[in-house]
Design a binder for this molecule. Structure first.
Ligand SMILES: [Zn+2]
Length: 52
């Protein structure tokens, strides 16, 4: 499964893919991906390190 790479908008449940990816941040806790939905909401998804 590629669940880590596909998330949905917190507000409207629309699927968010790479076209909506606006920001990627890496820290000790993992990699954060910030997705901006067409509705304007920003959803943060976290990928655990080492799950590639
Ligand atoms: Zn949305």
């Amino acid at each position: 499964m590629l669940a880590d790479l596909a998330c949905t908008c917190e507000r409207c449940d629309a699927p968010l893919d790479d076209d909506h990816l606006r920001l990627t941040m890496e820290s000790a806790g993992g990699v954060r991906h910030a997705y901006e939905c067409d509705c304007g909401a920003v959803t943060i998804a976290v990928s655990e390190p080492g799950t590639i």
